[in-house]
Design a binder for this molecule. Structure first.
Ligand SMILES: [Zn+2]
Length: 254
């Protein structure tokens, strides 16, 4: 029997999947994938993902503006988010956050957009999927002001400070392909992440785990991540998968 999987962060609407999206979905469903959650990065994703959800019952989506695109965000984006949150397939806000590594949008703008979406999530009582890269100090400062926030630190890098803040706030941690990368901090620190707070994710088409590293990622590759986590933490694959499954179901009200 295959393990039950929920991919909590998969950009399945992206052009990388245009040629064989249907096949990927079918194969995923036949091999244990119960849900695939698609985060948005820009406004056009909202409608694209909504349409895909109508076609495939395994899909759900999130609405939000990625920090790279924060400079393009305007009031109509927030209005659209509110509208989409009325759709039963729309399960929350994401991906939102801060990215000071690329800094495609000014830091000030990134913080403003992030703050606004966090406030919407709290107001509507829906979960968030948070992106954080080279922005730990500001990230922690902002998160600490958001009482009542729920959701996932997506693509968790293993940083201890962020782990502590997330744990204190009741947030969860998205574990993906990075865990299988030999030099990653996540690999070193995976034993201090409580399994009661993990979910699995691909961030597909990006970040495919070893031995698929460099290839296009897809939901079933989560099996490699579970395998790796099991060998690093000495916990059975079954226990890890069950915990992540339960957590994902709860957080995203699936
Ligand atoms: Zn992503």
């Amino acid at each position: 029997m295959s393990i039950k999987i929920i991919d909590t962060h998969c950009h399945l609407n992206m052009a990388e999947f245009d040629k064989d999206r249907e096949e990927i979905i079918k194969n995923s469903v036949e091999n244990g994938v119960e849900f695939i959650i698609m985060p948005s990065t820009e406004l056009k994703d909202f409608n694209e993902e909504q349409t895909l959800c109508k076609k495939y019952s395994v899909l759900r989506y999130l609405v939000g503006i990625h920090p790279h695109e924060a400079k393009e965000c305007s009031n109509s984006d927030y209005d659209a988010a509110y509208e989409h949150l009325k759709d039963e397939n729309c399960k929350g806000i994401g991906e939102i956050g801060l990215d000071y590594y690329y800094e495609h949008s000014e830091k000030k703008t990134q913080k403003e957009v992030f703050n606004n979406f966090l406030d919407i999530a709290i107001e509507k009582n829906v979960p968030v999927s948070i992106h954080s890269r080279e922005s730990t100090e500001d990230m922690i400062d902002i998160l600490k002001t958001k009482k009542g926030l729920k959701g996932v630190i997506h693509c968790f890098s293993g940083e201890e400070k962020l782990l502590k803040t997330g744990l204190d706030m009741g947030l969860y941690f998205g574990i993906g392909g990075v865990l299988t990368f030999k030099k990653s901090l996540l690999r070193q620190n995976i034993n201090i992440v409580p399994i009661e707070r993990i979910v699995f994710e691909t961030d597909a088409p990006y970040l495919a785990p070893h031995p698929k590293r460099g290839k296009r990622n897809e939901p079933l590759y989560i099996n490699y991540v579970i395998e790796e986590m099991s060998s690093l933490t000495k916990q059975s694959k079954d226990i890890l998968a069950k915990s992540a499954f339960k957590n994902s179901m709860e957080i995203f009200s699936l």
